[in-house]
Design a binder for this molecule. Structure first.
Ligand SMILES: CC(C)(COP(=O)(O)OP(=O)(O)OC[C@H]1O[C@@H](n2cnc3c(N)ncnc32)[C@H](O)[C@@H]1OP(=O)(O)O)[C@@H](O)C(=O)NCCC(=O)NCCS
Length: 159
């Protein structure tokens, strides 16, 4: 099965690959829904190492397909899903679903009552299929450029 998806914990030496994945996905996938100016502000060529180091200090999952890094996502202890990106070459193959399962499993372990995220226009239908509701549409300013996204949440069973 060439498209088998597996997940594993983040490792510090993943950072360069994850940064490239993030840039590629924003420029090739989110660019369907955002202007060139917006994607350039969202995913500039230079990385902020401190921002990426935060992946080591919380739950972060890396998805692989055939040994290649195919996605990553991270969850803060309060239930905030911070980043959630699937490689542009691995869209629509269940990678996001596998990462969501890992996030839900960790959320259950942490007993967080709800997950919440600021979700792109592109990812909104995926999050809706995974039980999230839109709380509000909002404009965020990134490097001086305004972007639309959605505050979304999913309440988790308390049982
Ligand atoms: C939103 C996103 C994370 C979804 O990831 P994904 O891996 O494409 O999602 P999945 O493949 O798990 O599911 C999406 C759809 O793909 C299709 N799909 C799933 N498995 C499939 C397979 N094996 N073959 C073909 N299609 C498949 C399904 O139609 C699925 O929809 P469904 O849930 O109604 O069945 C991804 O599109 C992405 O990276 N978007 C851009 C980045 C982004 O905006 N991130 C969020 C920032 S806030």
């Amino acid at each position: 099965m060439s498209h088998r998806v597996s997940t594993r914990p983040f490792r510090r030496d993943d950072v360069p690959a994850l940064f490239e994945l993030f840039r590629g996905t924003v420029h090739r996938v989110n660019s369907r829904d955002y202007s060139p100016e917006q994607v350039a502000a969202w995913a500039p060529p230079e990385t902020n190492p401190a921002r990426w180091e935060t992946l080591a200090s919380r739950f972060a999952v890396v998805a692989e397909v055939g040994g290649d890094v195919a996605g990553f996502a991270d969850l803060e202890p309060d239930g905030h899903v911070d980043r959630f990106f699937v490689h542009a070459d691995h869209q629509g193959r269940g990678v996001g679903t596998a990462m969501m399962a890992a996030i839900l499993s960790e959320a259950g372990r942490l007993r967080v009552p709800r997950l919440f995220a600021e979700v792109s226009i592109t990812a909104r239908p995926f999050f809706e299929r995974h039980g999230f509701d839109v709380l509000a549409e909002q404009q965020v300013v990134v490097r001086g450029v305004s972007l639309t996204n959605f505050r979304m949440e999913r309440h988790l069973g308390t049982g």
